[in-house]
Design a protein around this ligand. Structure first.
Ligand code: GLU
Length: 652
């Protein structure tokens, strides 16, 4: 990686700090001076850091005592940043011996109980996932897939467990094209058996426990059984109620799912009891017999039959067979690696590699931005927002053209990070003017050593993108840490709200529509192929500082995951914000061709200034992502849960 000074060379961005920016109250101006002062304090004269693993080990002896109450540190940390907080403060907690941050209190409690009982972070994460399947059935579950990062303290190593869904053997590159050769509209193709990928979540839970866990799957599924059969009372929360209402109204819930979530035609509402006896029975079967029934036995048969006969807007179901399920396995790999030398922190960002575009795209954005000295311009300056948008557009252009499942297609992974290549891309950014959209991809292959072994005819289909408008996805991200210093950062999904809308009759879980993450038009690196994994944006992330684990971050939101995670990382590393303040910061999103989507908290002055530079902003503001994160501190852990969804954070 170039040194900070080297990478600055040749850059004359003409930036002037925050002159036409805005403040949180929407008036034109700069970030308050005191914020800059506070941020500088954080980096100057820092106390020497303790070795986290050593610290946590020494406190392990005390584990088993009553949980330390989850005190909120938000006030302190917010005032340290010196800015008022709006529109909500993230949930926060501190803990000396563990941390769980999820989007639902029952799921967080399930994880915390496991930690209290002496389980490790992977054990707790598995319990969280099963509980989430019950309490947030529209967002994730055993009918879906995802990506899980595990930091093993004992090995001082970070692993990625790739449990992305795969296309069945019978999938075909043109299966999302209509008779006229045009892509079937997204809204239609996602509620169909063809959209359903072979699920990976349960296999991941099993593999993670065998490799890293200390408890049995049977024990970890118990809390979810209690939640599903009503032994532990669960009510429908606002998020679920909204999802049910939306999907029922849009006609995107199949009959079986409607019987559960809109019995008698009446959508369940917030506060209604949520009882799912079929799901409880499925979990009991898994408790008794393990995951085999799901991948080879009676549940596999039901899944295959449901997928094949599913009636969505198309006439036919998908092609999935029991063989597809039996063949499914997860991969344990190493995550992507990118460094960022920020004004406040030097960080090493490790996040999901292909078939998630998250690692390469976040890495590219950070490297494009690194030489710009964004901290000088200020977080809420138009210079910063302008550069973020331009870097997002450049990176997304490459993403659309070059990325796909690297088991099927060669991707110029070194070219995409090549310093000279990125210098050239960065030099196309006009400091005062928005780029014309769509922004064109570059040519990273010219910077990639060797020749590709498997070249797909890039062009047709690459960047096919009618999904940007529809697909912000409704994944769940959560994070867990334990007393040993093990960390889990897991983004888990069934793709859209309620996935395909198809529930397996008698089994109580939803099937994903993940195969719509493939390009509908064949010919590009992300075309459908049998057993291929569709390109993802999910980015469970673990950040290192001075070789030690520092942060975990992740979010739902389809492609906006990439820009959300990047903005949180920049908040901490470039702008010196405490993690909760970085999560609270107003976000925006742009890809190679979309309008700029902005949150309502992006100051009006900034919006005006961006428009003046030629940026097309979307008509309405939109909430972007929902971050669950934690920081490894000198005293233990600081956990954060976004206010953009209900979050529940427990520190132990
Ligand atoms: N299908 C999306 C992806 O893998 C995840 C769903 C979401 O957007 O949150 O990128």
């Amino acid at each position: 990686m170039p040194s900070h000074d080297e990478s600055r060379r040749g850059l004359d961005d003409g930036a002037s700090a925050g002159t036409d920016g805005g403040t949180r109250d929407g008036t034109a101006g700069e970030i308050p001076d005191e914020a800059g002062g506070e941020m500088a304090d954080r980096t100057d004269g820092e106390p020497p850091r303790t070795n986290r693993r050593g610290f946590l080990k020494s406190s392990a002896a005390a584990f088993g005592a009553a949980a330390v109450s989850a005190g909120s540190a938000a006030g302190d940390r917010g005032s340290r940043y010196g800015m008022e907080r709006s529109p909500g403060d993230p949930e926060t907690a501190t803990g000396e011996r563990g941390m769980v941050s999820t989007v639902h209190p029952r799921a967080t409690e399930a994880g915390a109980e496991v930690l209290r009982a002496g389980g490790n972070a992977v054990d707790a994460a598995v319990a969280v996932q099963f509980a989430l399947n019950v309490v947030q059935p529209h967002s994730s579950g055993i009918g879906g897939g995802g990506f899980m990062l595990v930091y093993s303290a004992a090995e001082d190593e970070l692993y990625a467990i790739d449990n992305r869904e795969r296309a069945p053997l019978g999938a075909e590159p043109d299966m999302f094209l209509g008779d006229d050769g045009e892509p079937i509209p997204f809204r239609e193709r996602h509620t169909n058996g063809k959209a359903v990928g072979v699920p990976g979540t349960l296999r991941a839970a099993d593999a993670a426990l065998k490799r890293f866990g200390s408890m049995e799957l049977a024990d970890l599924i118990d809390p979810a059984i209690d939640l599903a059969d009503g032994c532990r009372r669960v009510t429908v929360d606002e998020a679920l109620a909204e999802a049910i209402a939306e999907n029922v109204e849009a006609g995107e819930l199949g009959e079986t799912a409607r019987e559960v979530f809109a019995p008698g035609g009446d959508p369940l509402e917030a506060g209604d009891p949520l009882v799912q006896p079929d799901l409880a029975d499925t979990f009991r079967l898994i408790r008794e017999e393990g995951i085999e029934p799901f991948y080879k036995g009676e549940i596999a048969e039901d899944i295959a039959e449901t997928v094949r006969s599913a009636e969505g807007y198309l006439d036919e179901g998908g092609s999935m067979t029991v063989e597809d399920l039996a063949r499914y396995n997860v991969e344990i790999t190493l995550p992507e690696h990118a460094t960022y030398e920020g004004a406040a922190e030097e960080i090493t960002v490790r996040t999901m590699s292909l078939p998630s575009s998250g690692g390469l795209t976040i890495g590219q954005i950070l490297r494009l931005l690194e030489p710009f000295d964004l901290a000088d311009a200020g977080r809420r300056s138009v210079e910063t927002y302008h550069r973020l948008i331009e870097a997002f557009r450049l990176a997304f252009a490459d993403r659309g053209k070059y990325m796909g499942d690297d088991a099927f297609v060669d991707v110029p992974w070194q070219g995409l990070f090549d310093a000279e290549y990125l210098d050239g891309r960065r030099a196309t950014i006009d400091p005062n003017r928005a780029a014309e959209t769509p922004v064109e991809p570059g040519d990273p292959w010219s910077y990639q050593p060797g020749e590709p072994y498997r070249v797909s005819p890039y062009g047709a289909g690459a960047g096919e993108n009618d999904r940007t408008v529809h697909n912000r996805g409704q994944t769940t991200h959560f994070t867990v840490a334990d007393v040993e210093g093990n960390l889990v950062s897991w983004t888990t999904t069934i793709e859209q709200l309620f996935g395909s809308g198809i529930m397996v009759p008698g089994r109580g879980f939803m099937l994903n529509n993940e195969l719509t993450d493939f390009d509908a038009v064949p010919g590009g690196p992300n075309e459908v192929q049998p057993e291929k994994r569709p390109l993802s944006s999910t980015s469970p992330t673990i950040v290192f500082r001075d070789g030690e684990p520092f942060l975990t971050v992740g979010s739902p939101g389809g492609p906006t995951i990439i820009t959300t995670v990047t903005q949180v990382l920049l908040g901490v590393a470039e702008f010196g914000m405490p993690l909760d303040a970085a999560v609270a910061e107003p976000r925006l999103y742009a890809d190679a061709e979309s309008d700029v989507i902005y949150e309502e908290t992006v100051p009006e002055g900034i919006r005006r200034a961006l428009r003046a530079r030629g940026h097309a902003l979307s008509g309405e503001p939109m909430s972007l992502g929902s971050v669950q994160a934690l920081e490894v501190t000198d005293d233990g852990y600081f956990g954060v849960g976004d206010f953009r969804r209900d979050s529940s954070v427990i520190g132990l």
